[in-house]
Design a protein around this ligand. Structure first.
Ligand SMILES: [Zn+2]
Length: 718
């Protein structure tokens, strides 16, 4: 299954989005032929670059018949392999499996893109119906006994030793994935397993749609200048625009999503309104009534525990981590615990700084969670004389895009040329062809969808529309980066924050991971790596934003065209470890609760009590709340993908910090020899090598935690 690659704060693949594109079902039913023979979503992609996605032909009523036909087609392909009278070998079993599902991949790619960027109520109906059916389809493949026998035979055959390393790895992954999915269970257990998976798929969809409903239905309306106190003009404009969409003309609306709430908590002088906004946001999914997620969580956890037992693992966490780089929950816990205490110690220092400032101002308050971002910003100004709004005029979206292109040219010899001869899902989306600077060879396509719009989920993410492979001749990749910047007026540059610029480099890192892919088999291509390894290439690329080469060339003032002054860059650098206590603790508390929840086994869990008690045991600072409280923790409850896996961002960051050291120890960030090693051992190999081995080949040793602690400004002894 395809999973979007996302930032810590972004949501997951399965999340439907705000329902603004209301489609009248009568508009198209008469004109549309739902016969699979004519369904355009099933057709091979046509056009230049080996074919491109037919965005111009997608209509929601086409999805269900297309998914049904694609599932049927793949099942027939699978059955043919399972029934093959020839003795099983790599070619007629594993490679043959790699050749199946072309239609299914194309359809689910479009289905996923619509889920993330065009999810109307009409789409959500299809999603509720199809989620359990797609889960059952996956089980039908992994539970096919004849097929598994063949895979097992290839895996255990002495002939395996004669396969090349990539083929051996693909064989290993097929075998272990099938076993992990229950291929060895008896018929009764398999049946129960499939029931569990289908129930879970339904619960995941319900959980996501509940969160979406609370983010859509709840908001705060500001009615007077007095209630806008402290908000910068850009925020007032955004709130006025939100009021239009919520049909509250003449007011300002703070909507219940992170991109709206966080800036409000940072700048609003009205403490009472900050508290109100904070409470609304942290209680999503926890308000009783029809969109309350607590009972759903209890049910999900029980089903996961039952499934883990059925599959022979002590807990869901053990099952999930077995094929991750960490391998065991204990290894992941060890890392989290090593970072937790120093991070908490730093939070106490940060709170002391904030309290001192509040006392000096005569605020007569004690710092509460809804004060953290507000006073943090004041301390930043007081301590470092850095106003975030001073940096913004130098960060023009289009210039930074040129900046990341330039970095990709320096590190990987890529060249980017805009193309207009391919369909896009929305007129705001632009496409570039990626070629090799020297050989001019076509490498892939990069789609850029930068602006927020109705029907698109919040956050930023990368998605691969097609992965690189060469099992039947060279197939080049198609990748996309997606964000939610507010589109400026025509002709005006879009200015973004330093954080947003970092995110751009991060997501582009995922895109480069896909574009550099150089493998034979599609299932191990590009970003199809372990969950706790996939954020490593992306987090690594964040480092290049602050290089003088990028800033001097591309961080140009939107009015004067002058590069960002060195003094300002120095200030940004000095603040690089500022507020890392808060950032680490709000993230890590969520990661620890996620892991402990999935280590708890089959006991019936009350999410509210579990969250409260676990945080108390951890010594959670009372001024901070988990980045995602359980009733809206979409990473964990909208699919299995990041469950017992939220630690992955920290795990990957250990590699990131350590890997950048290789450049520092060399000739700097643009050391071509180090970049060549990076491409050879990390960016091009996909999942064809074990990640720990790949890392060792790049760095000459295993990763150390020291660089991470230094990057975040923590002392390991505190
Ligand atoms: Zn990421």
């Amino acid at each position: 299954m395809r999973v979007l690659i996302i930032r810590t704060f972004a949501l997951l693949f399965a999340i439907a989005m705000i329902a603004a594109i209301l489609v009248n079902p009568d508009n198209h039913s008469s004109a549309m032929n739902l016969n699979p023979d004519n369904n355009p979503l099933l057709a091979k992609w046509e056009g230049p670059y080996g074919g491109v996605p037919p965005f111009d032909r997608v209509q929601i009523p086409l999805f269900k018949p297309a998914l049904e036909a694609a599932m049927a087609e793949q099942l027939a392909e699978i059955q043919k392999i399972a029934n093959d009278p020839a003795p099983p070998d790599f070619e007629n079993t594993i490679a043959a499996l790699e050749r199946t599902g072309g239609t299914y991949d194309r359809v689910t790619t479009l289905y996923g893109i619509w889920g993330a960027t065009m999810a109307s109520p009409e789409y959500q109906v299809v999603q509720r119906e199809m989620a359990p059916r797609l889960a059952a389809f996956n089980d039908q493949i992994t539970q096919n006994e004849a097929l598994f026998k063949r895979i097992e035979t290839v895996y255990n055959s002495p002939a395996k030793a004669k396969l090349n390393p990539e083929q051996q790895r693909v064989t290993l992954l097929y075998y272990t994935n099938f076993v992990r999915a229950g291929a060895r269970l008896d018929a009764n257990a398999k049946k129960r397993l499939s029931e569990i998976n289908q129930q879970l798929a339904g619960l995941f969809t319900k959980f996501s749609q509940n969160v979406l409903a609370e983010e859509t239905d709840q908001f705060i309306t500001l009615k007077s200048e007095d209630e806008l106190a402290g908000l910068p003009q850009s925020l007032r404009d955004a709130a006025a625009a939100a009021a239009e969409t919520k049909k509250q003309p003449g007011t300002w609306v703070i909507i219940n999503t992170r991109s709206s709430i966080d800036p409000f908590l940072t700048y609003s002088d009205r403490r009472d309104l900050r508290e109100k906004a904070w409470r609304m946001f942290v209680n999503r999914g926890d308000n009783g009534g029809e969109h309350d997620n607590n009972a759903i969580i209890t049910e999900i956890l029980q089903l996961r525990a039952e499934r883990a037992k059925l599959l022979g693992y002590p807990t869901h966490a053990h099952w999930r981590l077995e094929n991750a780089m960490a391998k065991t929950p204990e290894k992941a816990m060890e890392l989290m615990e090593a970072v937790w205490k120093p991070a908490v110690a730093r939070v106490h220092e940060e709170v002391a700084d904030m309290q001192a400032l509040a006392d000096k101002e005569g605020a007569k308050i004690k710092i509460e969670p809804w004060d953290y971002r507000y006073y943090m910003e004041k301390v930043r100004k007081a301590k470092f004389d850095l106003d975030q709004n001073e940096v913004k005029p130098y960060l023009q979206l289009e210039n930074l895009r040129e900046g990341i292109f330039w970095v990709a040219g320096e590190l990987f010899n890529f060249n980017f040329t805009p193309v207009t001869n391919v369909p896009v899902a929305h007129p705001d989306i632009r496409v570039w062809e990626v070629t090799d600077k020297t050989t001019k060879k076509h490498i892939g396509l990069w789609y850029f969808d930068p602006y927020a719009r109705a029907g698109k989920r919040s956050g930023a993410w990368m998605n691969a529309y097609r992965t690189q492979e060469r099992i039947n001749g060279e197939v080049t990749t198609i990748v996309s980066n997606n964000a939610n910047f507010v589109k400026g007026k025509p002709g005006e540059p879009v200015l973004i924050s330093w954080d947003d610029a970092t995110t751009m480099f991060h997501e582009f890192g995922h895109a480069l991971h896909g574009l550099n892919s150089n493998v034979t088999y599609p299932s191990v291509s590009g970003t199809a790596v372990a969950r706790d390894y996939v954020e490593f290439p992306s987090q690594l690329m964040e480092h290049w934003l602050s290089t003088p080469e990028v800033l001097q060339r591309f961080a140009l003032h939107y009015q004067t065209g002058k590069p960002i002054p060195q003094a300002l860059v120095d200030k940004i650098k000095r603040t690089s470890t500022f507020n890392q206590g808060f950032a680490t603790v709000e993230y890590l508390s969520a990661a620890l609760v996620d892991m402990k929840l999935h280590l708890a086994g089959s006991q019936k869990i009350d999410p509210d009590a579990f969250e409260r008690e676990t945080l108390a045991q951890l010594g959670m600072p009372k001024e901070i709340v988990m980045r995602h409280r359980l009733p809206h923790f979409l990473h964990v409850f909208s699919s299995d993908s990041y469950s017992a896996g939220y630690y992955s961002y920290l795990w990957s960051d250990v590699l990131t910090a350590d890997a950048f050291g290789a450049f520092v120890e060399g000739k700097g960030p643009y050391d071509r020899a180090v970049a060549d090693r990076l491409r050879k051992y990390i960016f091009s190999v996909g999942n064809t090598v074990d990640p720990a081995e790949g890392y060792r080949a790049f760095r000459g040793r295993d990763p150390k935690i020291d660089a991470l602690m230094k990057k975040r400004g923590f002392s390991p002894k505190s």
